[in-house]
Design a protein around this ligand. Structure first.
Ligand code: SAM
Length: 280
């Protein structure tokens, strides 16, 4: 028995034959004290629904429920995990809904009631793609209030990176434009079973009601993608295809055409998107 009265996660894995699959990015958290700590980082969840992607055998799910989440909707691709998750649902009546499916292909938001927070130990192979989707909806504010997500340490560093650093790029700009983002926990490989080759970190992103600077979302996305796609090139070269006379527009908002993308602040990228919006 574990602290929540359910079987120990080690036994759940043995009993349900949940040997980790690399192809699904399966590195499980087995320490319920640790998963409860991650749940607490997400804040008071008693008045909110939680979307969890990739619950696996349910360590973080149990942490979220034990810490009082109003409801958890858990989306898991691996059908082998579903019976184990149903056992947790039985122990927390009406508080856990389990979905067997691919988080990239299903929209489960109609099963959730705002406020909604997303908490997940994400599979490494789809983590960045999901984050970018959550950060770039057409309308803002999005359906969620906060994201508490486990990433490979290097990805976490890219989310919170500042200009003129190696990690600064598209993820930093998209995250910091519309959220406050910070790294809140570091985890060594041994925290997981099996241990991955890399270190991990939990990032907490709290959405802003309105983006930090005014910008045209579509143009900002294009500018950032083009600018950092060839990050060693001068911006006047890497942004050439985005708009005619791009150098003039850059000068108009105070960007040196000979600068590289990594030296340009979020505020300046936003200003350039507005400048192009007005002139294209
Ligand atoms: N949350 C569990 C924990 O902390 O122990 C498991 C985390 S493990 C890093 C990632 C989980 O995501 C695995 O259970 C894996 O099967 C699941 N997964 C992988 N790809 C997925 C996808 N496309 N949609 C939903 N779940 C996925």
């Amino acid at each position: 028995m574990a602290i929540d009265g359910l079987p120990r996660l080690k036994d759940v894995i043995t009993d349900h034959g949940l040997q980790a699959k690399k192809s699904l990015g399966q590195n499980f958290l087995l320490d319920l004290n640790l998963t409860a700590k991650i749940a607490r980082i997400a804040g008071d969840l008693s008045q909110s629904d939680v979307l969890e992607i990739g619950p696996g055998p349910g360590g973080l799910t149990r942490g979220l429920l034990a810490e009082g989440a109003r409801k958890v909707l858990a989306v898991e691709k691996d059908p082998r995990c579903i019976p184990a998750l149903h056992e947790i649902a039985a122990a927390y009546p009406d508080r856990l809904e389990v979905f067997n499916g691919d988080a990239l292909n299903i929209d489960v938001t109609q099963h959730l009631t705002p406020p909604i927070n997303i908490v997940a130990n994400l599979p490494y192979n789809i983590g960045t793609e999901l984050l970018v989707r959550w950060l770039t909806p057409k309308d803002w504010p999005p359906f969620w209030d906060s994201l508490t997500l486990m990433f490979q340490k290097e990805v976490a560093q890219r989310i919170v990176a500042k200009p003129a650093t190696k990690a600064y790029g598209r993820l930093a700009l998209l995250s910091q434009w519309r959220c406050d983002a910070q790294i809140v926990m570091h985890l060594p490989p041994e925290a997981f079973s099996p241990p991955p080759k890399v270190h991990s970190a939990v990032v907490h992103l709290k959405r802003l009601e309105t983006p930090r600077f005014e910008a045209n979302a579509q143009l900002l996305n294009r500018l950032v993608a083009a600018g950092f796609n060839q990050r060693r090139k001068m911006l006047r070269a890497s942004l050439k295809g985005v708009a005619p006379n791009i150098e003039d527009h850059m000068i108009a908002v105070g960007i040196e055409p000979t600068d590289r993308a990594e030296r340009v602040s979020l505020e300046k990228f936003c200003a350039l998107s507005k400048q192009l919006e007005a002139h294209l």
